[in-house]
Design a protein. Structure first.
Length: 80
């Protein structure tokens, strides 16, 4: 589910109570970004029954080192 506009994907969780996924993008988010992140969340929730899911798509030019990784980075694009 990685495509060229994604700079990084952060994942966080609080036990099985809450899952949070953030797509950091190199452009403003659109409907296909929200569809994609929902599909990813759905795949995760097929294995783990989270009570709450938060899906966020953010456009940012900030360096990756300045972004919130939540619990871990699921993906980081190599940037110069």
């Amino acid at each position: 589910m990685i495509y060229s506009s994604i700079r990084a994907i952060a994942v966080g969780f609080e036990g099985s109570a809450k899952l949070k996924i953030i797509y950091y993008l190199d452009r403003e988010p659109n409907d296909s970004d929200y569809d994609s992140i929902s599909e990813v969340a759905g795949e995760i929730c097929a294995d783990i029954d989270f009570k709450e899911v938060e899906e966020i798509c953010i456009y940012t030019k900030e360096p990756i080192a300045n972004l919130n990784s939540l619990n871990f980075w699921a993906y980081i694009r190599q940037e110069n």
